[in-house]
Every structure is written in structure tokens, then in C-alpha cells.
Design a protein around this ligand. Structure first.
Ligand code: ARG
Length: 462
């Protein structure tokens, strides 16, 4: 006799290599905890509705609990000819408790079963991702608070543009991650829904109660349409998108860390614990963690595109194509959780080279806009001021000096209104502290920004 749950209709047995192609148990076993949880909720509901006896229900719960324990202790053999985790568990349950085990699948299909497992799993993982983002944001804010007055060059086109505060720069990543966090939080509305009881596609003739299973699995809501319940993979696409975008943000930050830790910049020094050496060049200390995070965006973006492509043109309701929703999601979740943890540790332990950042700002022309603003304050139209400063910058380049070293006579030649106070005016720290506009890099504005962030932390952690 075939060991297949669906063996009755078949007279021929698939070859091993066909079984292997068909099987998902190699990867869907990570859902075992949720599968057992869903089955217990289903069995309890069947007993409550008098569809199975209380004695059968008790035997099922005991059997499933033991199966899960055995799996966790490495004592549950899994068989690829039994396809997936659902059929492996059911087979084992029937082996252990007999007919009662065979009654578990009443009024249910693997189609609503796998959907239930995936909803439970995704909900747990998204909640964990949200806490990891939160912890990472906290680390960013802790660093920012120590560096409100640390000055660095702000860039556009990777050319030095205007001096900014180091705190202001890294807080940008706080805000990116904040949008990511709210996207994950919002997605829970579409993840936290129970498909259980939709059965294969059309519902069932047994007097089941879907609200009971919804409540015992603590789902906030339930699908209103049984076909939709078993066909919907939107929440997986959405989670993959949210992961991909967060990874894109992490890769931008990682790129900055890689540049900052180069000898050319030397703006930060990574701790040894988050760096690696070279097998040939003894002097090397490489930012491998940041590079890996930057590189892993390839896979998360790939998983998003592959899920969208798998779903394209799929007719209703369940199709086996949908088994392809798992490995990409599992890998994307594993990747983002690892990346967030590593990034957090990496920046918490890095040294910010304050003096190096300060001297980088002193050796550039990033105070040129300030000189133009100085002239504007003396009544010169901005366009004219821009032209005058452009010429002064050219003069300085030709004479191998920066704006703070240009002699006053030269300034006077450029425009009579320039006075000796220009040297104080052009100091990078003064360029920053003069910025008072809301959300700017000025010290008071950054302090205000940190206050807003702390208030947000307080309200979300309440
Ligand atoms: N392993 C399957 C999956 O992951 C479970 C659902 C199978 N349903 C079916 N009708 N073959 O999609």
C-alpha cells in the first residue's frame, strides 16, 4: 500500500527523484510549531462543534505535542515521499494514535493549513523584525546624542557640499528605519488574518466554527472569502517588499561605513570584533560585515521579484506554484534579522574619529555657500554673490589655500563689503550653529529633532 495520504486513487508510485522534486519538507519543517498550533486549534474546534469526540481531540493534542517535542529533540524522522510537514505530521500522528489521528483533517485541507502556518509564522517574524529595527534605531540615537557638535563634511554627488553635524547625518537612517518600521506595522493588518476553515477552496459542509479557531490562534481578523483565503499571497509579497526596502536602506548606510572606515576618509574605526583580516596582506582590517550587508540586498530584492513573478497569471485557487513562496521568504527573514543585529553591534562598537572629521571640513570649500550668504546679508543679490564667491574659490585653488586663508585684501578686492569678521563667520562650527531652520543641521535644531524622536519612542513603547 502507498504511504501517500492521497494514495487511494493511484495505481503507480512516483520515482524517488519525482518525490524529491515535489517535496517541501526539507524547508517547510521550520513551520512545525505553527502547524501543530493550527492543528490543535482545529481539533479543539471540531470537538466543540461535536464533529469529533472529546476523547479523540485529547488524543490528537497529546500526540501532536509529543511529535513536536520529538522534532525539537531531533527524534522525528521526516520522509520526502510524504511531501511536506503537514503530511509527515499526520502520518506520524496516525501511526501513534490510530483512527483519532485520521479524524484531524476533517473539514480542513492542506491549502488552508499551509496558509494558516504561513500567516502565523509571518506575523511572529514581522513582530521580531520590528523589535530589531527599534533596537537599532535606539543605538543610532544614542550615538547621535554624543555627536551633536561633531562636525563633518556633508556631501552631494560625493563631493563635499556643506558642513553638517555627524548626529544629523546618522539620524537620517533613524528616519528611514522609522518609515520601514511603520510599513511593517501596517502590514500586520493584512498578515494577522485567519484562513483556517476555508478548506480546499470552497469551505466545508461540516458545522465548523471559523471564529473559534480565529480566536484561539489570536488572529485579529478572518478571511471573508474562502477562495481568497487559500489564494492570497499578497502579504508575502508585501513582507518581501518591506524587507527589500529596509535592506536597501541598510546597504546605503553600509556603503557609508565602508567609505568612512577607509584610509582615505578615516572618519570612523570599526572594532576588531566586527572586522576581518586578509590571508595575504598582514596590515589589512576589512569592513566585511558592512560589505556583506550591502551585498545581501541582491538576494532580498531577488526574492521579491521571484515571488511577484510566481504569482503573475496564477488562476484561482490553490496551485502548487505557491509552494515556491517559502524558501525566498524564509531566507529574506533570516537575512534581514542577521543584518539588523550585526549592523547594530557594528555601529555601537565603532569609534567616531572626531578630529579627523573636523579637519576634513577645514580642508575643503564646504563653507563657500556661507560666504555667498554673508554677501547677501550685506545686500548683494544671491546670483551676484554666487559669482563673486566662485571667483574667490578659483583664486584660492590657484593659490593652494582654503577660504579661511584668503587674505582680507583679496576679499576686499572681490567685494568691498567684506570685513575682518568673515574669518569667524566662515568657521565650519559657526556655519552649522547659524542654521536655525526647523529640521536643519544646526545644534538647536538637532537637539529638537532628538527630542521629537525620544517622544516617539516613548509613545510607541507605552
Ligand atoms: N506543501 C504545500 C505548499 O507549500 C502545501 C499545500 C499543498 N496543497 C496541495 N493541494 N497540494 O504549498
Amino acid at each position: 500500500m502507498s504511504n501517500k495520504a492521497w494514495g487511494g486513487r493511484f495505481s503507480e508510485k512516483p520515482e524517488d527523484w519525482v518525490d524529491e522534486f515535489n517535496a517541501s519538507v526539507g524547508f517547510d519543517q521550520i513551520l512545525i510549531k505553527y502547524d501543530v498550533q493550527g492543528s490543535i486549534a482545529h481539533a479543539k474546534m471540531l470537538a466543540k462543534q461535536d464533529i469529533i469526540s472529546q476523547a479523540d481531540c485529547d488524543a490528537i493534542i497529546k500526540g501532536l505535542t509529543e511529535i513536536l517535542k520529538d522534532y525539537e529533540n531531533g527524534n522525528l524522522p521526516l520522509d520526502i515521499s510524504l511531501e511536506d510537514i503537514h503530511l509527515n505530521i499526520e502520518h506520524e500522528l496516525i501511526k501513534r494514535i490510530g483512527d483519532a489521528g485520521g479524524r484531524l483533517h476533517t473539514g480542513r485541507s492542506r491549502n488552508d493549513q499551509i496558509a494558516t502556518d504561513m500567516h502565523l509564522y509571518t506575523k511572529d517574524e514581522v513582530n521580531e523584525i520590528i523589535s530589531l529595527i527599534n533596537a537599532f534605531q535606539q543605538t543610532i540615537v544614542d550615538i547621535a546624542e554624543k555627536h551633536i557638535e561633531t562636525i563633518m563634511p556633508g556631501y552631494t554627488h560625493l563631493q563635499r557640499a556643506q558642513p553638517i553635524s555627524f548626529a544629523h547625518h546618522i539620524l537620517t537612517y533613524y528616519w528611514m528605519l522609522d518609515r520601514d518600521k511603520t510599513r511593517f506595522q501596517d502590514s500586520l493588518k493584512r498578515i494577522d488574518i485567519s484562513p483556517l476553515g476555508a478548506a480546499a477552496l470552497s469551505g466545508t459542509t461540516y458545522p465548523i466554527d471559523r471564529h473559534t479557531t480565529q480566536e484561539s490562534l489570536e488572529f485579529a481578523n478572518l478571511y471573508e472569502n474562502s477562495l481568497d483565503a487559500v489564494s492570497d499571497r499578497d502579504y508575502i509579497v508585501e513582507t518581501l517588499h518591506n524587507i527589500s526596502l529596509t535592506m536597501v536602506h541598510l546597504s546605503r548606510f553600509a556603503e557609508e561605513i565602508i567609505f568612512w572606515s577607509s584610509a582615505e576618509a578615516n572618519f570612523v574605526t570599526l572594532s576588531d570584533a566586527f572586522s576581518t583580516g586578509s590571508s595575504i596582506m598582514p596590515q589589512k582590517k576589512n569592513p566585511d560585515m558592512a560589505e556583506l550587508i550591502r551585498g545581501k540586498v541582491g538576494r532580498t530584492t531577488g526574492h521579491l521579484v521571484s515571488m511577484l513573478t510566481t504569482l503573475k497569471g496564477l488562476p484561482l485557487a490553490y496551485n502548487k506554484d505557491m509552494q515556491e513562496d517559502k524558501e525566498g521568504l524564509f531566507d529574506a527573514i533570516h537575512t534581514i534579522k542577521g543584518s539588523l543585529r550585526i549592523f547594530d553591534g557594528m555601529i555601537a562598537s565603532m569609534t567616531v574619529n572626531v578630529n579627523q572629521l573636523q579637519s576634513a571640513v577645514e580642508q575643503d570649500f564646504s563653507n563657500a555657500t556661507e560666504l555667498a550668504d554673508y554677501l547677501v546679508n550685506k545686500g548683494v543679490p544671491f546670483r551676484t554673490a554666487h559669482e563673486i564667491v566662485g571667483k574667490l574659490v578659483l583664486w584660492a585653488i590657484q593659490h593652494n589655500v582654503y577660504l579661511l586663508d584668503v587674505p582680507l585684501t583679496q576679499y576686499k578686492d572681490a567685494h568691498a563689503s567684506i570685513e575682518a569678521d568673515i574669518y569667524e563667520y566662515l568657521k565650519p562650527e559657526n556655519c552649522i550653529s547659524r542654521r536655525t531652520s526647523y529640521g536643519s543641521t544646526g545644534h538647536d535644531a538637532v537637539k529638537k529633532q532628538i527630542e521629537v524622536i525620544k517622544q516617539k519612542f516613548k509613545t510607541t513603547n507605552e
